[in-house]
Design a protein around this ligand. Structure first.
Ligand code: MD3
Ligand code: FE
Length: 216
């Protein structure tokens, strides 16, 4: 057995098909990361990541922002997509071409041609931050896939089924990994375990996740 293929706690690091239309494409984003950093920086300046509150009143441990025509937000009144940043009343920053070409080549590689995202949710995690089990169901069109790009320190991703109680698979998502989900896997429950302490040469003690959706 090649032990290099396994993380210390036996999480496989190979390309794993997680479902009929769900796959992790290991390292697919690596050639794109350097070129998108200046765009990411501009977005963080115009619309800084912030901790939002769920309808239940919990402050999210993840800080988030958006780029694109629509941005995902939450507050006491609910989850929704909005064409403006509630913090400034301004449009979200545009979806940069560097982001778009990465999202489209990942969708193509997973067999989803003609992916046209209008929303990119940007999550920033620090050690200890995570996201509890949920479905992504605020988008108008469930026919389009979701493309998720992981950068910075690693995270354990939990990939469940269509019922909250379904057993979840664990997948380690590392810098440069891209996950694509669509079709029958589009509404599967998923979560991110609280991150362990770590440091990444480009991102420091942080994980940045870009999630591209067709929301409108
Ligand atoms: C699996 N973010 O923002 S993205 C989210 O790593 C979110 O920041 C996680 O879940 C993160 O909503 C995971 C990957 C993802 C997105 C949508 C999915 C996985 C999915 C929909 C169905 C199944
Ligand atoms: Fe999600």
């Amino acid at each position: 057995m090649n032990l290099d293929l396994f993380a210390p706690d036996d999480i496989p690091l190979l390309d794993v098909p997680l479902g009929p239309r769900a796959v992790v494409l290991r390292g697919l984003a690596l050639p794109y990361v350097e070129a998108l950093l200046p765009d990411l920086d501009r977005i963080f300046t115009a619309a800084p990541p912030r901790h939002m509150v769920t309808p239940g009143g919990f402050r999210m441990s993840v800080a988030l922002t958006n780029c694109g025509a629509l941005g995902w937000t939450t507050d006491r009144r609910g989850y929704r997509y909005s064409d403006t940043d509630p913090q400034t009343g301004q449009c979200w920053p545009a979806l940069p071409d560097t982001f778009l070409s990465l999202a489209r080549s990942a969708a193509d590689a997973a067999g989803f041609s003609d992916f046209q995202p209008d929303a990119c949710l940007i999550n920033r995690y620090v050690p200890g931050a995570g996201v509890s089990l949920h479905q992504d169901k605020n988008e108008r069109n469930f026919d389009a896939p979701i493309v998720s790009v992981s950068m910075g320190i690693p995270a354990v991703f939990l990939f469940g089924g269509l019922q909250r109680s379904d057993r979840a698979q664990r997948v380690l998502l590392q810098h440069g990994d891209v996950a694509v989900w669509g079709g029958p896997d589009r509404l599967r429950y998923h979560a991110v375990s609280p991150l362990k302490d770590a440091t990444h040469p480009l991102f420091g003690a942080a994980r940045i996740n870009l999630t591209f959706r067709q929301a409108g």
